[in-house]
Design a protein around this ligand. Structure first.
Ligand code: FES
Length: 405
């Protein structure tokens, strides 16, 4: 490329017009000829031209890297096909299933919602099994909950939802079903349990599955008719409902250890795989009671959906700090998460739910300190190993991260 063409390129390029062209236009003819003969100078100018082009050429949207290494779009806009009222407080949103995305039963979606001018993110479990034609997310309204109120009262068929995921490891390998699948929960916790039951019975119509469900009143029980229908179609599925308040139930009460013993008695303890999702007190009771019976570790999976609390602003630095990861650096503005800073700098990090609930964004803190929003899905052992979730971590100092291999 001749210096004259380069000069013309700079002169006409919007980003360089004001800065570079006056310099090139003043080059004397001899200097231009020297540049034309100099491969080094011509190459350097070509690099400058490429750099200027890169400043002004629109970039492709940021891509998140899936856990399997495949590039996935960061966010999908999915159409709501149907809104079905399940109980007085809960609806199911049937949304289109994106082509080529295969979820596991028990996973959840994260929605980014615009509510009263603010953006909020909320995660909700899929109640659909992977072989169903569309995704079904079931949302129960929580008193004072902006996300659940919006989804249960304002969303209509035909609307579009900004969606991330599916995420989460509250899942089941349909090719390795346990001898006895025990699903325990209540309230909206029944949502992923229903998906797991359907997936297990699709994989093996004769699978031994027990659902132990607690709820306040019969009218609040999610999927009651569908679960009963599933049980009628599969001899191996046993459903036990425990209701807390009166109505048609003679002895209202909560799930207790006798219910657990009764459920576990359907198989040997070592062949049981237990999934627990529901209100915190119920989950704590079940997990501790299982532990006392020698059922724990990989045999028990839990799923907790709680609102994460960001660290107090006065703990955070008031000036930018530096994030170092993979040989690159990014400034982190006060209050930004590590993931937000990396994304802004186009450093590709894994992530999915962006709410501290799935673990997809986990990295190891090599240097520095962070404040993480709590509670989140890291356990004590992972914290001892200095693992952090970049989506809910805000730096307190300069930090260096590396993948957790
Ligand atoms: S992206 Fe899910 S925990 Fe961070």
């Amino acid at each position: 490329m001749s210096p004259a063409r380069l000069s013309k390129h700079f002169v006409t390029h919007p980003a360089s017009r004001d800065v570079l062209s006056p310099v090139l236009e003043r080059l004397p003819g001899a200097a231009r000829r020297a540049l034309a003969r100099s491969p080094w100078a011509t190459g350097a100018l070509r690099d400058v031209a490429a750099m200027v082009r890169s400043w002004t050429t629109p970039r492709p949207p940021f891509q998140l890297i899936g856990r399997d290494g495949a590039a996935l779009p960061g966010e999908r806009r999915l159409k709501v096909l149907e809104v079905r009222r399940e109980t007085p407080d809960a609806v199911s949103l049937f949304v289109e299933r994106p082509a080529g995305v295969r979820e596991l039963a028990g996973q959840f979606l994260t929605f980014t919602l615009s509510i009263d001018g603010a953006e909020v993110r909320r995660s909700y479990s899929l109640s659909s099994a992977p072989d169903e034609p569309c995704w079904r997310v079931t949302v129960k309204r929580v008193a004072g909950g902006s996300g659940s109120t919006h989804l249960t009262e304002r969303v209509r068929a035909g609307d579009t939802l900004r969606t991330r995921g599916p995420s989460g490891d509250f899942t089941l390998d349909p090719d390795a079903l346990p001898g006895h699948l025990l699903l325990i929960g209540g309230g909206s916790g029944v949502t992923p349990l229903f998906a797991l039951a359907k997936a297990a019975l699709t994989a093996d119509a004769g699978a031994r599955v027990t659902m132990l469900i607690g709820d306040r009143r019969g009218v609040d029980c999610l999927f009651a008719e569908e679960i009963d229908e599933l049980a009628r179609a599969h001899d191996g599925l046993r459903v036990v409902r425990v209701l807390e308040s009166s109505g048609s139930v003679e002895s209202p009460r909560r799930i207790d250890e006798a219910d657990l013993d009764d459920a576990l008695a359907r198989g040997t303890l070592h062949e049981a795989r237990v999934y627990v999702c529901g209100p915190e007190p119920l989950m704590d009771l079940v997990v501790h009671a299982l532990g006392r019976r020698g059922v724990g570790g990989a045999q028990v999976k839990t799923e907790r959906f709680v609102t994460v609390r960001a660290p107090a602003a006065d703990r955070l630095p008031s000036t930018p700090v530096t994030l170092r990861v993979g040989g690159r650096e990014a400034p982190v503005a006060p209050g930004q998460t590590l993931l937000e800073a990396a994304t802004a700098a186009e450093i590709p990090l894994e992530f999915s739910c962006t709410m501290g609930g799935c673990g997809a964004c986990v990295m190891r803190l090599v240097d520095g300190d962070v404040a993480m929003a709590e509670p989140n899905c890291l356990d004590d052992d992972e914290r001892r190993r200095r693992l952090v979730l970049t989506c809910v971590s805000r730096p307190l100092t300069d930090v260096t991260l590396e993948p957790d291999d």
